[in-house]
Write a protein that binds this ligand. Structure first.
Ligand code: ADP
Ligand code: MG
Length: 297
């Protein structure tokens, strides 16, 4: 690179930092819940990039909460252990043996991998599951599907305690039930939504493997109201895995989360792009809150 070009590069970097000021001011002290899906996780480099974004958020005064998934890692371990699952209406039944593996993989392997990545980037992270301090208490979502939990009671004081200590909570979507020694697996989106709702978070970022919610023509919609989302679910424009995701978004907004963004976690610095630049990223679902930034420019 020629010296002159290099200078231009640094000037652009300085400008980017300067332009981030209103966003840094807006988000200082806010709570941002980030769902990091098993499919968005990728390789070590992607994990380190994600961890860096989270540490940067904390560094500039945001209180980030990471809620993770781990579907692919659970399936791999079930295969290794030769545990075969029963399916009802195309959905896996989470029996006692399966939920043991789920808890092992999510609270053990996946949770600690993320905690370690954040520590490696110079942040402070503590891993917990819904069981810790009764953070998330569930009942069976559909008894036919076994131990798949629907959150019914949230106790988020422990998260506020961690925020006050400057610690980033990393949460595995495994929860306690109403009966003694009961364990539930909770869908990662659902868990993130329930936690964001209970915290009345400023933002819930659902990182996935698509650029956003698309309309019939396949274009990403940058802004949606809850009514528009309901219409798109009703007419089939939103389908498959996007249904539980958008339904989570609707419920979170109803519970007081100011905005939910569905965005591509495979893009480098996805969280920073959304929070701290004029560009934004993905699809934002919220009621009618005025914004400091015009979206989708
Ligand atoms: P995750 O693993 O992050 O939970 P899912 O596969 O469950 O992701 O859900 C996202 C998927 O939903 C997309 O990859 C896409 O195939 C599907 N989908 C269905 N309808 C839409 C839509 N209108 N816009 C975007 N994605 C959609
Ligand atoms: Mg999904």
């Amino acid at each position: 690179m020629r010296k002159q070009d290099m200078n231009r590069d640094w000037i652009a970097t300085a400008r980017t930092l300067s332009e981030a000021l209103p966003y840094l001011q807006r988000y200082a002290g806010s709570i941002v819940v980030v769902k990091f899906g098993g499919n968005a996780m990728g390789d070590d480099e992607a994990m380190a990039d994600f961890a860096r974004d989270i540490v940067l958020m904390r560094q500039v005064g945001v209180n980030p909460v990471v809620v993770h998934g781990g579907g692919p890692m659970i399936n791999e371990m079930l295969d290794k252990l030769g545990i075969e699952s029963e399916f009802v209406r195309g959905k896996r039944v989470t029996d006692k043996k399966t939920v043991e593996v789920v808890e092992m993989v999510l609270t053990g392997l996946v949770n600690k991998r993320i905690v370690q990545a954040i520590m490696d980037e110079g942040g402070r992270a503590v891993g917990l599951s819904g069981k810790d301090d009764d953070l998330m208490v569930c009942v069976a979502d559909d008894p036919e599907l076994g131990f798949v939990g629907k959150p019914v009671e949230m106790n988020v004081q422990v998260l506020h305690d961690l925020f006050a200590a400057g610690i980033i909570p990393v949460i595995a979507p495994v929860a306690t039930g109403m009966n003694e020694n009961e364990t539930f697996n909770v869908n990662g989106d659902t868990a993130a939504g329930a936690i964001a709702g209970a915290l009345k978070a400023d933002r819930l970022l659902l990182l996935t493997n698509i650029t956003g919610v698309k309309n019939k023509d396949g274009e990403v919609i940058t802004q949606m109201t809850p009514t528009e989302v309901r219409d798109m679910i009703a007419d089939g424009t939103i389908a498959g895995g996007m249904i539980p995701k958008t339904e989570t978004a609707l419920q979170a907004v109803e519970e007081g989360v100011r905005g939910v963004v569905i965005l591509d976690g495979r893009v480098a610095n996805a969280c920073l792009l959304e929070l701290f630049t004029e560009h934004g990223a993905g699809s934002m679902i919220r009621s009618t809150e005025p914004s400091v930034k015009p979206r989708g420019a």
